[in-house]
Design a protein around this ligand. Structure first.
Ligand code: ADP
Ligand code: MG
Length: 274
């Protein structure tokens, strides 16, 4: 595969963990139907990190909700590990921009709660929770409650909880949008550490630079009703600096793809040249 850096490199299997096939979605409102997604098709390989970028309102959040099983498509289908998605599942955890933690539980309590749902005994829960909190850099803050946490710490806690439920695919909808630049970059590191430890990731962002720093592949959507119009591979070693010239070059390519007319090329596992 493409990564050659010593950090955060992973091998990938050939079977897609996720296949989105000709997904279509309309919303009905009193003023008529709104077409949100037109014909979305792509696959994600097990262990892959893909980012989705697209203009505001093009259906990015709708697409993630459909993959999460929170919304049903009007046409097409989503396969997770070869099985059709018909509802939410712990193996596909969603991380929202606004963190959703239980306010009455500590950071560690939130993580242990998810482990308890999986039937894990008390001793094992404690051990696992500590391992996950260490992974996201929150071990020192395990006793704090959500109202005592900064925005970045809340997102870390949310990540740890998503892993605690046993997620194989992390779905993230602009998870760093509300954070300052430094916190965001710190979290890039945690997310890549989680990815390197074995979780596939599908992340929506409007920040093109962020997509290029994080992803193996950037999926570029058309304006509404959205479909995938280009896939831009990011064959750069990790870790990547947001202001590194290679990142800047690929980001320019992604911005160009955002601006250009739709291309009806093969969009699944695309490995086109530049
Ligand atoms: P994005 O995340 O790319 O900004 P969304 O997926 O949130 O876009 O929205 C895509 C389109 O679908 C928008 O026109 C939005 O108004 C519409 N939409 C999204 N969710 C709903 C809903 N629950 N009911 C009606 N319309 C919706
Ligand atoms: Mg959105």
């Amino acid at each position: 595969m493409t990564e050659t850096g010593q950090h955060w490199s992973r091998s990938r299997s050939v079977d897609p963990i996720l296949a989105v096939e000709r997904v279509r979605k309309e919303f009905r409102s009193p003023r008529g139907a709104v077409a949100a997604l037109r014909d979305v098709t792509f696959t994600l390989a097990e262990g892959e990190f893909a980012c989705i970028v697209g203009p505001s309102g093009c259906g990015k959040s709708t697409l993630l909700s459909i993959v999460a099983g929170l919304e049903r498509p009007n046409g097409g289908r989503v396969l997770f590990a070869g099985r059709q998605v018909t509802g939410p599942g712990a193996e596909r955890a969603m991380v929202f921009q606004e963190p959703a933690l239980f306010p009455w539980l500590s950071v560690r309590g939130n993580v242990e709660f998810a482990l308890k749902l999986r039937g894990m005994g008390r001793g094992e829960r404690r051990e696992q929770a500590e391992r996950l909190l260490e992974l996201v850099g929150l071990l020192r803050f395990q006793g704090l409650h959500p109202h005592e946490l900064s925005g970045g710490m809340k997102q870390r806690a949310q990540l740890a909880r998503a892993l605690a439920v046993g997620s194989r695919l992390l779905l993230m909808d602009e998870p760093f949008g509300a954070l300052d630049a430094q916190t965001r970059e710190d979290l890039y590191e945690e997310v890549q550490r989680i990815w390197a430890a074995g979780t596939s990731v599908l992340l929506v962002t409007h920040d093109v630079r962020e997509a290029v720093v994080l992803a193996d592949r950037v999926l570029v959507m058309t304006p509404a009703p959205g479909s995938i119009k280009r896939e831009v591979p990011v064959p750069l070693p990790r870790p990547r600096r947001p202001d590194g010239h290679e990142v800047v070059d690929v980001a320019a390519e992604v911005r160009e793809a955002l601006r250009s007319e739709p291309v009806t090329a093969s969009v699944s596992g695309g490995r086109h040249g530049r």
